[in-house]
Design a binder for this molecule. Structure first.
Ligand SMILES: Nc1ncnc2c1ncn2[C@@H]1O[C@H](COP(=O)(O)OP(=O)(O)OP(=O)(O)O)[C@@H](O)[C@H]1O
Ligand SMILES: [Mg+2]
Length: 233
């Protein structure tokens, strides 16, 4: 444990509760969650459908702020932040990858990948596009820059979405079933890319239903009924 204590933490959740309400009735989705992920760690989250995995990821990604409990992101207690304080952290320090890609269909993948950089408003337009182009080239999409998402294969779409998630050089990359819509060969390609990012130092937190995908992670967090069950499949 001494080595772990010496590392800095990317995320630390303490006693996090999230209750949705449906037609006025409370739906408890997370019930007292503690999570520690060190910087540079690759963690998988597994659990049955409806157990609270996406809810947890939305809180980690600062998208959902409607929770009880404390959240420290890279040393800052973000659970006390206003929405104005959260926006730059979410935009510049967190990257998202989704099962269904969430690329804007009317835009080229170059425009899609540049968007988070343009939103951050801390670089010139030219620099945003140069970085987007570089990330897409790294994903093997240098000859597809002007293609719209529907003009690409499914695996290429996910690679474009990964390029977009990296455009602001996030400290933490969050992925909600990134291989869930892919065949096994394409899923392996995407896992190789994510594994490579981890080797280069990215902190990776990934939800998956796939045991093989989870095996590439350093650690698996099991969620059941809104609670963590470590070491239980
Ligand atoms: N917006 C919402 N309003 C009300 N209840 C919700 C809402 N979103 C999720 N829930 C409920 O919260 C619980 C956790 O949902 P969540 O989406 O986090 O599950 P999950 O583990 O990601 O499931 P899956 O593997 O199917 O994606 C479920 O019981 C779900 O029905
Ligand atoms: Mg989910």
């Amino acid at each position: 444990m001494a080595a772990r204590d010496a590392r800095s933490w990317a995320v630390r959740l303490r006693d996090v509760h999230r209750v949705y309400s449906r037609s006025g009735a409370p739906v408890p989705a997370l019930r007292g969650i503690d999570v520690d992920v060190a910087e540079g760690e690759f963690t998988a989250i597994m659990g049955p459908s409806g157990s609270g995995k996406s809810t947890l990821l939305h809180i980690l990604g600062l998208v959902d702020t409607d929770y009880e409990g404390s959240y420290e992101f890279c040393g800052r207690r973000v659970s006390g932040f206003s929405s104005d304080e959260l926006a730059p952290v979410r935009n510049r320090e967190i990257g998202f990858v989704f099962q269904a890609f969430h690329l804007l269909p009317q835009l080229s993948i170059l425009d899609n990948a540049a968007l988070p950089a343009l939103y951050a408003r801390d670089r010139t337009r030219e620099d945003c596009f140069d970085t987007a182009r570089a990330r897409l080239e790294e994903m093997g999409l240098g000859d597809r820059l002007e293609h719209k998402p529907t003009e690409l294969s499914i695996g290429q779409r996910q690679r474009a979405a990964i390029a977009r998630s990296l455009v602001n050089r996030p400290r933490v990359l969050l992925a909600d079933e990134p291989t869930g819509a892919l065949d096994s060969k394409t899923a392996q390609e995407i896992m190789d890319i994510l594994g490579e990012l981890h080797l280069r130092g990215s902190t990776l937190i990934l939800i998956t239903h796939d045991r093989e995908v989870a095996e590439s992670a350093e650690r698996v967090i099991h969620v059941r009924d809104g609670q963590i069950h470590d070491g239980v499949a």
